[in-house]
Design a protein around this ligand. Structure first.
Ligand SMILES: [Zn+2]
Ligand SMILES: [Zn+2]
Length: 244
């Protein structure tokens, strides 16, 4: 083996030990050259789990060509102005997001935040503060962390603003939204959040962040608590899902 090859191998080996996941595609796990530029490979970039095409201008869900807003947003106005969800909750994107939530794969928060950041950057928003969707204290203790907080902290670094965790708290434990219908979801999260520090968001542009947005009812409920005080309220989630 040539000495240069040996050095390269040693470098790769050390990088693998130091940052085992940092040089792999976050979706398929293959090796990639420039993680900082884009944390996924060329093959994954071509997949259909990116939220593109014609979408609701409020909640970012895919809608028919030439429509402007979806039926849900048309029927009931959301308390946030606009949502940004770069991925669809399906296939490899879903698997990867499930790992962030269930497998303690906290390192995924940074690349996911980066994908959200790239999407928000297109809009030239001026955000003062990021508020992650809070978890109930009991659920947080059980999991050991809140994935929305991890995302919020990473996004705040990228956007050069602050991220605060205890501005809004979840006071009531709710059922898992996954098993519920659209109507049940609205009722389930109704009034479960409380604004604890209104000065933190007063006259500020707020971005609420979560990992997945399905009906938007959870994010909406958090927005309700801040609406009387904040200047603008936006929302972001890594992936957009839909109720079947
Ligand atoms: Zn890939
Ligand atoms: Zn909508």
């Amino acid at each position: 083996m040539k000495f240069t090859d040996f050095l390269k191998k040693t470098k790769d080996f050390s990088l693998n030990i130091l940052f085992p996941e940092k040089i792999k595609c976050i979706f398929c796990g293959c090796d990639i050259d420039n993680f900082e530029k884009r944390p996924y490979c060329d093959e994954c970039a071509k997949q259909d789990f990116f939220n593109t095409g014609n979408r609701c201008m409020v909640c970012d869900v895919k809608i028919k060509e030439h429509n402007i807003i979806c039926d849900f947003c048309g029927h009931k106005k959301k308390k946030f102005e606009k949502a940004f969800c770069p991925l669809l909750y399906k296939d490899l994107a879903k698997n990867s997001l499930l790992r962030l939530k269930s497998d303690n794969a906290r390192y995924l928060a940074y690349p996911f935040a980066k994908i959200v950041y790239e999407r928000i950057r297109e809009e030239n928003l001026d955000i003062d503060i990021i508020i992650p969707i809070p978890m109930h204290e009991k659920s947080r203790k059980r999991r050991g962390y809140n994935q929305a907080e991890l995302l919020g902290n990473e996004l705040a670094k990228l956007m050069d603003c602050e991220c605060r965790n205890n501005v809004v708290v979840k006071e009531t434990q709710t059922k898992d939204q996954k098993t519920l219908t659209y109507r049940e979801r609205l009722k389930n999260v109704s009034n479960c959040f409380k604004l604890k520090d209104k000065d933190a968001i007063k006259n500020k542009n707020v971005l609420i962040i979560d990992d997945i947005m399905t009906t938007g009812s959870t994010i909406n409920e958090v927005a309700v608590t801040m609406m009387p005080y904040a200047t603008h309220i936006y929302a972001a989630a890594v992936a957009r899902d839909m109720v079947e």
